[in-house]
Design a protein around this ligand. Structure first.
Ligand code: IMP
Length: 191
């Protein structure tokens, strides 16, 4: 059985990825020890470096994921600093920053970094486009979900099952799986 270490402290994320990858005969092992996070404006180099670092340390294939919300009127803020801003400011203050802004365009993005020991890392982005709501709505999800509107409903209103069908994370996982399936069918090509 193929084994991949998934570096995440988040139980929900781990269970989601484990269950999806299981259907491809991949065993996912959780590693809660984190990974070194570069300070960068884009998620790709953060995920790539993190995956490579842990793959070489554990001598196993490793995936990590890094996400954020990018708000157009705020020039992409908070982006890779989403966790920090969520912890320090929270949704009400983010909404305050958006007061008077009529362009509410935003997207969530996840980048999965994958690396095998001694190899170059690969990145698989997933994006979902939406709008910043005018107030928090819904009690589902976490983080920015109550202020992220997707097709008229916030992710907080949508509920996890529906959100997970269209989320940035789901799209990044699908993109990774597409590549991984090709690799299983064509093992010689490697990467
Ligand atoms: P992480 O890299 O997946 O841990 O995400 C970083 C931060 O982005 C989190 O602390 C959340 O504030 C935010 N975030 C990431 N994904 C989501 C999501 O699906 N819904 C709401 N907030 C999210």
């Amino acid at each position: 059985m193929h084994k991949i270490v998934f570096v995440t402290g988040n139980k929900g994320k781990f269970a989601e990825v484990r269950d999806i990858l299981k259907t491809f005969g991949i065993e996912v092992i959780q590693d809660k020890n984190g990974y070194p996070e570069l300070q960068e404006d884009d998620l790709e180099p953060i995920a790539a470096y993190g995956a490579q670092h842990v793959a070489n340390r554990l001598n196993m294939p490793v995936m990590v994921d890094d996400s954020g919300i990018f708000i157009k009127a705020l020039n992409g803020f908070p982006g890779p600093y989403s966790r920090f801003i969520e912890d320090r400011l929270g949704n009400p203050k983010v909404l305050k920053l958006m007061e008077g802004e009529t362009d509410r365009t935003a997207y969530f993005k996840t980048v999965i970094g994958y690396c095998e020991p001694g190899k170059e890392p690969l990145v698989f982005p997933g994006i979902v486009e939406g709008k910043v709501a005018y107030e928090e709505r819904g009690t589902g999800g976490f983080g920015y979900d109550p202020i992220f509107e997707y097709q008229g409903e916030t992710f907080g209103e949508l509920g996890d099952a529906e959100k997970n069908k269209v989320s940035h994370r789901r799209r990044a996982i699908d993109s990774f799986l597409e590549w991984y399936k090709g690799k299983l069918e064509n093992p010689d090509q490697g990467h």
